[in-house]
Design a protein around this ligand. Sequence first.
Ligand SMILES: Nc1ncnc2c1ncn2[C@@H]1O[C@H](COP(=O)(O)OP(=O)(O)OP(=O)(O)O)[C@@H](O)[C@H]1O
Ligand SMILES: [Mg+2]
Length: 303
Amino acid sequence: MTRDEPRWRIVTVTLATEDPPLETAPDHSDNPVSRETDLRSVRLAVINQKGGVGKTTTAVNLAHGLARQGLRVLLVDLDPQGNATTALGIDKYADNPSSYDLLFKGPHEARWTPTKYEKFDLYPANIGLIRAELDLLQRGDDRQVVLKKALDQMEFPHNVIIFDSPPSLGILTLNILITSDAVMVPVQCEFLALEGLSMLLETLEEIKETHNPLLYSLGCLVTMVDLRTNLSQQVVSDLRENLGDQVFESMIPRTVRLSECPSHGKTIFEYERWGTGARAYEALSREVIDRLGIENPNKAAKS
Ligand SMILES: Nc1ncnc2c1ncn2[C@@H]1O[C@H](COP(=O)(O)OP(=O)(O)OP(=O)(O)O)[C@@H](O)[C@H]1O
Ligand SMILES: [Mg+2]
């Protein structure tokens, strides 16, 4: 078995949730809800309608972290700000096939761009994405499923597709949530963190009920934590008390290195491999693999 054909690429990913089953896969009847993605990539949304909470930092560094664990990862930058694209050193004004093309031009004209990192590809945002919301709104009844339709007609060699989303619950974010298998929510460790979060979690439940019953809540990720302060400790303990294991065990510390690396076009793993930021995103990558139920790619590749 070569590294390009690892066993885990065809390992079925089973996502279990506590919701009543709507589409139960026959092979996994012991799980409350099973979903087989088989050869299809697992689609993971990183969302929060609040700005500046660490969505992009998480999408980029988690994507690289998962690639470093041996998964083939595709990051789709669907935020018109294009911060994930810039953070990876790619020019959002360049004429690369973009996430806009993915949405509107069909599979033949829209191919992803490799990043400088192994096993890590990107659909960059480009300036055209600014008009995507408008274009989507002008579509007919299928305006909420444009992304899903585009992705469903393509074949991806990737194990995981991660979507970075804009700070709103507009039509782009709805497209992301409808096409995703799982969603994670970065939450900035600050006063009243829980207040905005409960509203968002209620909205996610509504979207599950109305649009995507199999959407799996992977968890909330506490970002920009400084456990030396009483405030951070209090916020973390409140979040854990209220949301239990919905909160990832991994937490992302506040570190200036994480805020510096995008301007160098580098992920934290390249910028400061042994710092607290890289270690935190490495731990998060392992936890995400675990929560998604993906067989550990490193183990599979070695066996
Ligand atoms: N753990 C961290 N420590 C220090 N700074 C951080 C950390 N995470 C993110 N930042 C910085 O905080 C700012 C907001 O982060 P980021 O862009 O990831 O948030 P976002 O939720 O994607 O924002 P937006 O909603 O505008 O897309 C950025 O300047 C980023 O570099
Ligand atoms: Mg962002």
